[in-house]
Ligand binder design. Structure first.
Ligand code: NA7
Length: 547
């Protein structure tokens, strides 16, 4: 197996081994958590697998990787100075620019001095008697802390396809989330890619421009809509900077904290012509408007979902020249917006190129195995110079499962969550004292950096409260966990997305036991979530139990 893994060297030994807090992960969450903990006067150490900061934007270096969210709503907002000094170059920032931004943040706030890279946390065990966490890294290094912060991301546990023969392929094979740090040259190469999720949808048009031939193995097609990215001029950036307060305040009023506000009409109440004109407008606009700015029932009402799906299907038919290929690219098993909608830049047109072919592995051929030369289906052998496994992630809980986390009575988190996560607000897990999760399961997500900032503010607010009251121990209350778990499950019930297999519902057939759908996020309104958490803070965190 030659999937590239950028991490090779072992860490240096840390100077001290006891901290007030250990943070796992140096992505957007871990960086901001460190910043805030320092403000509280706490000693903190970040352990990060990679060789530098950036998390998702450190790992995912594949061609075409970029934000699907407006850059100017997707950065940190805690520092006005930072906002004013950083110029986003494109409305949807490409990965290299985003990584540069995060490095700039790390430099500006001198974050790296409390970070240890090439450091994979393998276990974290709670010690009730000592009221602290014992953390072990790959290689044996140990550290202890009063608090443990998981800042591990929701899409960081990448998964390779469970297809026999994977080890035998003789050429280079890559997962997009472990992409090499130097660009891969596809010139003159025959490339095979498995998967057609958001990642592949970004990568395919870019690889197609270079490769001699690109063969896409599609199991289930995904709905996708145009991104409409463009550059940001100096003048436009100045205007955005002048409006930052207004922009972020507006995002906080929308259900998912994006710049897109849902349309409060119901789809079928709007006359067909008016509806179609509205959809034409959304389809021609940049960003998630077609998903998040759409009629309020497209995610819950089957007829409404069928109508928007038909609209998008017709767009695909118009854009893909070969009608047979177009039909294969149109999902038939789930409606538009019932999985996270990938945004694309020329994805459908890529299939009009002579050097791109689509293999439908659901209806036409079945992948049997990977061979030394390429991929064998039940119909033929395909030969490739390079293989790409754009096969996604063990979403939300996957990164937790990869660490042996044990709480009270040495209960393993993985076992405790086997059927469903049990948390309060997705921030503290039942039975795991002093472990605070940024983007944990059952929390509100939407606009990820804004969700992170909100969560970090809430958690560090609670730590400040603990400092003021001389508390050193925090736990959930069982009745709050029951109530929150039920709230989360209830909020997911009306959603069509709850009836579809995806990383969001926790299904990943490349991972043992990941065949049953689970609720992994809080799908209620983000505005209510903010209100609730603000109220909990205002009332003195009564829902938690302190010692
Ligand atoms: P996704 O969206 O989970 O997509 C993974 C893709 O890989 C999807 O098309 C899968 O098909 C396919 N897949 C996975 N395993 C296999 C096997 N064994 N054989 C064939 N095809 C397979 O992951 P992405 O990385 O694209 O995107 C993740 C998120 O990142 C995205 O939602 C954004 O939030 C950013 P399937 O649909 O399961 O039939």
């Amino acid at each position: 197996m030659n999937v590239i893994n950028a991490v090779a060297e072992r860490p240096d030994t840390a100077k001290a081994t006891t901290y007030d807090a250990i943070i796992i992960g140096a992505g957007i969450s871990g960086m901001f958590m460190l910043y805030r903990l320092r403000e509280l006067g706490m000693t903190a150490r970040v352990f990060e697998m990679g060789t530098n900061v950036g998390g998702t934007w450190y790992w995912n270096r594949y061609p075409g990787a970029r934000f699907d969210s407006e850059s100017w709503t997707y950065g940190y907002s805690f520092s006005k100075e930072l906002m004013q000094e950083w110029d986003w170059k494109e409305h949807f920032s490409p990965q290299p620019d985003t990584l540069e931004y995060l490095n700039h943040v790390a430099d500006k706030f001198d974050l790296r001095r409390d970070m240890q890279f090439r450091s994979t946390v393998t276990s974290a065990h709670w010690d009730d008697a000592a009221n602290q966490w014992h953390v072990t890294l790959e290689g044996g290094q140990k550290a202890t802390s009063r608090f443990l912060f998981t800042a591990v991301g929701i899409l960081s546990a990448h998964t390779l396809p469970a297809i026999p023969g994977r080890e035998s392929f003789q050429g280079p094979a890559y997962h997009p989330a472990r992409w090499p740090h130097t660009p891969v040259d596809f010139t003159g190469k025959r490339v095979g890619i498995i998967g057609t999720g958001a990642t592949a949808i970004q990568a395919i048009p870019e690889i197609a421009k270079q490769a001699k031939q690109l063969t896409v193995f599609q199991r289930r097609p995904n709905w996708a809509a145009p991104l409409h990215n463009s550059k940001i001029s100096k003048e436009e950036m100045e205007k955005i900077k002048a409006r930052y307060d207004e922009i972020y305040a507006y995002c906080a009023t929308t259900p998912m904290w994006f710049i897109h506000q849902m349309d409060h009409r119901k789809t079928l109440e709007v006359p067909k012509e008016e509806r179609e004109a509205f959809w034409e407008k959304l389809y021609a606009e940049p960003g998630f408007g077609i998903w998040l700015g759409n009629f309020r029932d497209i995610g819950t009402d089957e007829e409404a979902a069928a109508a928007i799906s038909e609209f998008i299907a017709n767009k695909i038919r118009q854009r893909v020249k070969d009608p047979k290929v177009a039909e294969k690219l149109i999902p038939k098993d789930h409606p538009f917006a019932s999985r996270r909608v990938p945004l694309e830049s020329g994805y459908f047109e890529a299939y009009n190129r002579d050097n791109v072919r689509l293999v439908d592995t659901l209806n036409d051929e079945t992948i049997e195995c990977i061979t030394p030369q390429g991929i064998r289906t039940n119909k033929q052998d395909y030969e490739f110079d390079i293989l790409i496994y754009a096969t996604g992630f063990d979403g939300v809980t996957g990164a937790f499962d990869r660490i042996d986390i044990r709480g009270t009575n040495r209960v393993r988190l993985k076992d405790a969550w086997a059927e469903s996560p049990r948390t309060y607000l997705g921030m503290l897990a039942e039975g795991f004292p002093n472990m605070l999760m940024v983007l944990g399961p059952h929390t509100a997500r939407g606009n990820i950096p804004q969700a992170i900032e909100h969560s970090v503010q809430f958690q560090t607010g609670m730590l400040k409260f603990m400092q003021e009251h001389n508390y050193t121990h925090v736990e959930t209350r069982p009745e709050q966990v029951d109530e929150w778990t039920q709230t989360v499950i209830k909020a997911a019930e009306p959603l069509l997305s709850s009836k579809v297999d995806s990383w969001q519902t926790g299904v990943n057939r490349n991972v043992d036991g990941r065949t049953v759908r689970r609720v992994l996020g809080y799908n209620g309104n983000g505005v209510h979530f903010r209100r609730l958490t603000d109220q909990v803070a205002k009332d003195g965190y009564k829902e938690f139990s302190f010692r």
